[in-house]
Design a protein around this ligand. Structure first.
Ligand code: WT7
Length: 656
């Protein structure tokens, strides 16, 4: 189909439609058809969640559902013991489903591996024994820095099996970021790879990790998965090949019964300061939340569906909706090593056809990229098995929603736009696809058991419907983060100080429709950027830029971008009389890649003689955003030197 003119017209016509009810063919077979589940939960949310916890296998049943005696330090399912890896793998094998494929892994060069639940069962036990053999036990943090290969799942579950919280770092982060995250979490071991493949190229990983990891005394072992090949130096006594360690290990390892509140993992995420936050999740509550939401938001039928979440395991989406949620439910998933445009821009649709994908979950930025590449690429593949589509990471613009609906979903698949955060652990606001209509651009309503309010930033009072305010969550939920690793104070001050210890401060602006209560999430209100659905901190990027020897000062803003939602734009003042040049620009970008990772590299650098500051010295990022996006300037009278803005406007005009 190359008739783009027609498609444009069709999309224009669809733009007039406000609500998209579930197609009859879908609703008929859906798990949930009406709002009765919302109502049942509303009658007693805590009891309702306790009911959902029964979907897990507990070694000891919990005695209390929610303990809210010490807010905001809530606990769930006290008295209960369980094990995440047992729930993810053993019980499916015990139920006779060992032969079911857990992951259809598809490599960059077209390699295929079908990993069954029985395979996971064997490998996870061996890996758990391999960890134990290196002195790792309950409570020890284990870092994981791996590409999208089945070993990453085995590694996570092996940690879970022995109660060692994992700390996964996204493969796109730099070795220096890995070092920082291992250091602050006092990781005892790191599981990484010899080299990683990306779009036909192989990048050394182990050597770059070695360059920075030498100084870390707490790190006793580095396990190396052999994957991409190439030079891989091994340090005697510290480094072990993962394959060798598993081969030497016994293949039986009992799953350790762990307290419901035992930390399952920490995952570092960017906040409004330069120091990433170690978001800590527990076992019982988190698993209850991901299991319920994965099953009901995606309307999962584990025996029939083939599910594919295109995220990377290194983000929370991967933790909750590639690993834990799907495995709790005995799902068959596709796992793809590569990029969406390699070996060609139609690879995703080729894989959907090849594996018969029925449920597909991706991010708006990816949908917009596919729109650019053209509707004729998906049209070359049979996507008729798809029956539900999901979106996550940032607000989805209606045009992308409609394209997804029409071109990928063939107008027969409901779209679930899922709002949540690393901190919330699982999906919080969305639509139950058989029971609620989709409304392009709005995520939907809080899920059963989830309570939200949109409040005035100053008074904390709820704002009238239709008015923008701050999104808050007003009741504890099982999958909520429990603290920031080793920093209870920061946990309290970041989330629970603004509106008190019973109201979770989300950090997003939003509004709600009067007629149906649908929530529109507008974007972050703090100094956090959202680039392609990835959370970045302005402060972290600024601090990386300033650590370059030639830079005096920097201010980073998120500039609205058609492709990536926001793009990193950095205003930079140089030392002394130095002049900004294209070479220096390239140097600074590379420097940021070294310090944080390629994903944080500024798309745009603006050389500035000075930055707009208030009299007290605070940089006015809002004004910089206005300038970068070509808007008329707001009030500049509070600036110490209003002339700075004229100079910057001149620079921008020159550059264009
Ligand atoms: C922030 C959380 C949740 C996994 C991926 C990102 C934004 C996320 C949506 C959505 C509008 C969304 C919010 C949120 N966000 N999903 N469906 N609609 N905004 O996790 O890195 O913790 O970022 O992403 O701003 O606060 P994260």
């Amino acid at each position: 189909m190359t008739d783009t003119g027609h498609l444009e017209q069709d999309l224009e016509a669809l733009l007039q439609i406000e609500n998209f009810p579930p197609p009859a063919s879908f609703a008929e077979h859906a798990r949930i058809h009406d709002r009765s589940v919302h109502e049942a939960a509303a009658a007693d949310p805590v009891a309702w969640w306790a009911e959902q916890a029964k979907a897990l296998d507990w070694f000891t049943e919990p005695t209390t559902a929610l303990d809210d005696s010490n807010p905001p330090f809530y606990t769930w399912f006290k008295g209960g013991t369980l094990n995440a890896s047992y729930n993810a793998v053993d019980r499916h094998v015990l139920a006779g489903n060992g032969d079911r494929v857990a992951f259809h892994w598809h490599g960059e060069e077209g390699e295929q591996r079908a990993v069954t639940y029985a395979d996971l069962h064997r490998d996870v036990q061996r890996a758990a024994n391999a960890l134990k053999a290196r002195g790792i036990g309950k409570g020890d943090v284990v870092g994981i820095f791996l590409p999208m290969i089945p070993e990453v799942v085995v590694a996570m579950l092996a940690c879970a099996r022995i109660g060692a919280p994992h700390n996964v770092v996204f493969g796109g982060f730099s070795a220096e970021s890995v070092h920082e995250r291992m250091e602050v979490s006092e990781a005892k071991a790191l599981i990484t790879v010899d080299s990683a493949r990306r779009k036909g190229k192989t990048a050394p990983v182990k050597t770059t990790v070695d360059d920075v990891m030498g100084s870390l005394d707490t790190l006793e072992t580095i396990f190396v998965v052999q994957h991409g090949g190439g030079d891989c130096p091994m340090q005697d006594g510290r480094d072990v090949f993962w394959g060798d360690a598993l081969a030497a290990a016994d293949d039986e390892c009992e799953a350790e019964p762990l307290d419901a509140e035992h930390p399952l993992f920490i995952l570092y995420s960017s906040g409004s300061t330069a120091k990433p936050k170690g978001i800590q999740h527990t076992t019982g509550g988190y698993l209850t939340g991901v299991a319920w939401t994965h099953k009901h938001v995606f309307d999962l039928r584990p025996e029939e569906d083939v599910y594919w979440c295109s995220a990377d395991v290194g983000w929370i989406t991967g933790h909750s909706y590639i690993v834990y949620g799907p495995l709790m439910n005995g799902t068959t998933s596709v796992m793809f090593e590569g990029a969406p445009d390699y070996p060609h821009k139609g690879i995703w649709w080729e894989l959907c056809e090849q594996y018969g994908v029925t449920l597909f979950y991706t991010a708006p930025t990816a949908i917009r990229a596919c729109m650019k590449w053209g509707a004729d690429l998906p049209a070359q593949h049979d996507l008729s098995k798809l029956r539900l589509l999901g979106s996550v990471g940032e607000p989805i613009n209606p045009k992308a929603w409609l394209w997804y609906h029409k071109v990928i979903g063939g107008e027969r698949c409901p779209i679930v736009d899922t709002w949540w955060q690393t901190e919330t652990g699982h999906i919080m606001i969305t639509t139950l696809p058989g029971a609620q209509y989709g409304k392009p651009g709005s995520a939907g309503t809080p899920l059963p058991g989830v309570y939200a309010a949109i409040v005035d930033p100053d008074s904390g009072e709820e704002v009238p419907d239709g008015t923008q305010g701050l999104l808050t969550l007003t009741r504890p939920w099982p999958g909520m983060l429990r603290t920031l690793f080793g920093d209870d104070d920061r946990y309290v001050s970041t989330y629970w100080e603004k509106f008190g210890p019973q109201t979770y401060f989300v950090g997003d602006a939003s509004k709600r429709d009067a007629d149906d209560g649908y929530v529109w999430v507008i974007g972050r209100v703090d100094d956090v950027l959202n680039v392609s659905g990835h959370r970045m901190s302005t402060a972290e990027i600024e601090s990386a830029i300033v650590s370059h020897g030639k830079v005096a000062e920097s201010a980073v803003i998120g500039q609205t971008d058609e492709d990536t939602g926001q793009a990193v734009c950095a205003f930079v003042t140089l030392e002394g009389d130095l002049e900004g040049t294209p070479d220096l620009e390239a140097e600074i970008r590379e420097h940021v890649a070294q310090r944080i990772g390629k994903l944080a590299r500024p798309k745009r650098i603006v050389w500035a003689d000075d930055l707009p500051k208030t009299r007290s010295g605070k940089i006015m990022r809002r004004l910089l955003k206005d300038i970068a996006e070509g808007r008329a300037l707001g009030d500049v009278t509070t600036l110490r030197d209003p002339g700075v803005m004229q100079q910057l406007q001149g620079k921008i005009a020159e550059a264009q």
